[in-house]
Write a protein that binds this ligand. Structure first.
Ligand code: ZN
Length: 149
């Protein structure tokens, strides 16, 4: 467990310092804004959706280390995925951080994203970790904004 939390901290720090896909996407045809009033996390997700496939995805915004790292890893996980696969991953991630999915007992596609499983023990942090996912989900479905409140 301490190993896991060490890995978790390393990954969070790394992605917070060097967030991936952290820029505005000029070719985006879907965007959504997400806001987590509890913590103050705010971000915009840009999606380029073509033939039901996420050709490209990026984000911008400001927030705590967890929200930024989660957004960074979300973009890495979603890029190149079909809309259907992106929705499946959103569902799995959401159920994992809210404690509905036991990622060790149930087959899933989460891969490295399972490092976020620990946030389920910190209810206030669940929204930080899932904000970018809710925002991506909104963008994918043509909604322009999402608030976790
Ligand atoms: Zn936060």
């Amino acid at each position: 467990m301490s190993e896991l939390s060490e890995l978790y901290q390393q990954v969070i720090l790394d992605h917070n310092k060097k967030p991936r896909n952290f820029h505005k996407l000029e070719a985006a045809n879907r965007t959504a804004e997400g806001f987590n009033p509890l913590c103050g996390d705010q971000l915009t997700v840009y999606l380029q959706l073509e033939d039901e496939v996420v050709k490209d995805i990026s984000f911008e915004g400001s927030g705590c280390a967890i929200s930024k790292a989660a957004a960074s890893m979300m973009t890495q996980s979603i890029k190149g995925k079909s809309k259907q696969d992106a929705e499946t991953l959103f569902d799995e991630f959401h159920r994992m951080v809210t404690g509905e999915l036991d990622e060790e007992a149930t087959p899933n596609n989460l891969g490295r994203l399972t490092i976020f499983s620990g946030v389920r023990d910190f209810p206030a942090r669940v929204k930080c970790a899932s904000l970018s996912w809710h925002t991506m989900h909104a963008a994918l479905n043509g909604d322009n904004s999402v608030s976790t409140e």
